[in-house]
Design a protein around this ligand. Structure first.
Ligand SMILES: Cc1cc2nc3c(=O)[nH]c(=O)nc-3n(C[C@H](O)[C@H](O)[C@H](O)COP(=O)(O)O)c2cc1C
Length: 359
């Protein structure tokens, strides 16, 4: 069975987003965005709001999905501290060796680790030496400038000490342009003697099948932007016929908005009622349950107006970002710019409801 995984996305895949996707469909597992490890951070404890699925005891019983922590660092010795901060039952930590951002590569982490084979090899070897057994996985691109070192980079990885390898089939130079190179992902799955996952450009079942023909030895695929465009994509990839009407998508969007608005990094436990109320929706995901959940969240936001109001602008911006991806699922009417120009969430939803779009 091919694993279909919600990939890490900095600025996107925070706790409310992961919960939202896992309410709509069922990724095999999900990833946090990268947590940046520095000389002094995290100092004592891991930030619980970053990975509440595991770090907040009152959440762990209620959360029904599995989430892995991704970290990023230029210095493998920081993992010695991280290891002590991890809960005993944390099954693995993913190391980011792919981020293309200048801010990241300028400091020697992310994709800049792929510049030389020797540097990459010693970085990974020191990283895994801080764990007993295969407790670390790794996500990489196909190279920094180009793909010329890729096979050597993969060959130097210690398969016995790594839980798995994920390859995003682009170089750092490409950033997100062009297409991911699934031939390279296939090469990795033939060289690396452990589980390999592929990442890049999958937004439908047929695209996944096509990519898996190129790379048949993969254990699974990571879905990132495809989960913003179609949060129901995991049901589709797992073989269900999914038809989401425009009306239902708007309810999903509203729920996303309220979840984001109710989430507060400084007080993650305040979010607990949203998790508790999700129980009935999760067990019975009918249209009525979605409508009821939306109402419950809206009511909770009214009760908690003190901090939800502070979140208003940020959650509106995030809801617009989600819509800018989701709207590509329908006909050209849904591409109208008005909803994205709205100044309030209420205006945005009003504009969206005005659009007469066929599902
Ligand atoms: C907004 C955004 C943020 C991302 N953040 C991360 C990250 O924190 N860690 C990581 O390993 N990859 C990150 N990625 C890369 C994705 O996980 C994925 O490998 C890449 O987008 C290709 O897959 P896709 O075509 O399914 O989006 C990010 C991608 C996007 C679009």
């Amino acid at each position: 069975m091919i694993e279909t995984i919600l990939g890490p996305m900095e600025g996107v895949s925070d706790f409310p987003f992961r919960m939202w996707v896992n309410l709509i469909s069922k990724p095999t597992s999900s990833y946090t965005p990268f947590l940046r490890l520095t000389e002094s951070f995290p100092h004592n404890e891991l930030p619980s709001e970053f990975w509440p699925e595991v770090l907040i005891p009152s959440f762990t019983d209620l959360v029904w999905w599995q989430t892995h922590l991704q970290v990023m660092t230029p210095d493998p010795s920081f993992l010695a501290r991280l290891r002590k901060q991890l809960p005993e039952d944390a099954d693995s930590v993913d190391m980011n060796c792919g981020c293309p951002s200048k801010m990241v590569t300028g400091k020697g982490s992310g994709s800049s680790l792929l510049k030389t084979v020797e540097g990459f090899k010693s970085f990974v070897e020191e990283c895994v030496s801080h764990f007993d057994g295969p407790k670390m996985s790794l996500k990489m691109r196909t190279g920094f400038h180009d793909e010329s070192l890729f096979e050597e980079l993969v060959s130097c990885l210690p398969a016995d000490s790594l839980k798995h390898l994920t390859v995003h089939g682009r170089t750092r130079e490409q950033k997100y342009s062009g297409y991911a190179d699934w031939n390279m992902i296939d090469r990795a799955s033939r060289i690396f003697k452990g589980k390999v996952f592929g990442s890049g450009d999958i937004v439908s079942q047929s695209m996944m099948e096509d990519r898996l023909k190129t790379a048949p030895k993969l254990s699974g695929v990571f879905i990132a932007r495809g989960a913003i465009q179609k949060p129901w994509i995991f049901s589709e990839l797992q073989g269900s016929k999914v038809e989401v009407s425009y009306e239902l998508a708007l309810i999903y969007l509203e729920v996303f908005h309220w979840l984001t608005r109710l989430w507060n990094d400084a007080n993650p436990e305040g979010f607990l009622p949203c998790l508790l109320d999700a129980a009935s929706l999760k067990s019975n995901p009918t249209l009525d349950s979605w409508l009821l959940y939306r109402e419950k969240l809206e009511a909770l936001a009214k009760i908690n107006a003190v901090y939800t109001d502070r979140n208003t602008r940020r959650s509106l911006a995030r809801t617009k970002m989600i819509w800018s991806y989701m709207r590509t699922n329908w006909n050209s009417t849904s591409m109208a710019p008005e909803p994205l120009r709205a100044n309030t969430f209420e205006d945005m939803i009003g504009e969206l409801k005005k659009l007469k779009t066929e599902s």
